[in-house]
Write a protein that binds this ligand. Sequence first.
Ligand SMILES: [Zn+2]
Length: 209
Amino acid sequence: MTAGTPAAPAPERSLSIGPDGWLAEGRGVLRRPSPNHDQRPDDEDPCLLVIHNISLPPGVFTGEAIIDFFQNRLDIASHPWFEHIRDLRVSAHFLIRRDGTIVQFVPTVLRAWHAGVSSFEGRERCNDFSIGIELEGTDTLAYTDAQYERLDALAAAIRARHPIRAVRGHEHIAPGRKTDPGEAFDWERFERGERSHETTHHRHHPGGR
Ligand SMILES: [Zn+2]
């Protein structure tokens, strides 16, 4: 390939996060800002990726309820289960839907409210120094191929922007309190994807229970 020749087009695998901490909007990437965020203490550069799952109501993968929830405009009366989350004010940086669509709620440079009471390597309040990715799903139902592919691309984009040195599940940083992403999440498959992007970043070992 000569200088100036465009790279082979691979829009679905190529994501990038700008200086402002937002993914470039485009095919399969939506921006839905959530008010549930604040500054990271000392504007710390995040070093931990936290994988979650969510579906609202649980097990239902249609509609906009997750987006509405993270934007504090969920219609609580629209489903009886929503009473459980009536007063919660939470968010994540990203949601990957079953079809692979990525929705971003909070720029990566700011603190989203996804981890709650949590601890990583002895340090508490993981929200301060982590990026949260929600997979639309449940602990027990297999995630889709589209979700693994997009998670792979998203994790690579995050690593290109922030000094990520570990990836954990919510269940690992809040054991006994949280169970997501659960047994349905294939850590080995995720790690294979990570290795395919590996250049100079450190190896990491999720799981570790
Ligand atoms: Zn979670």
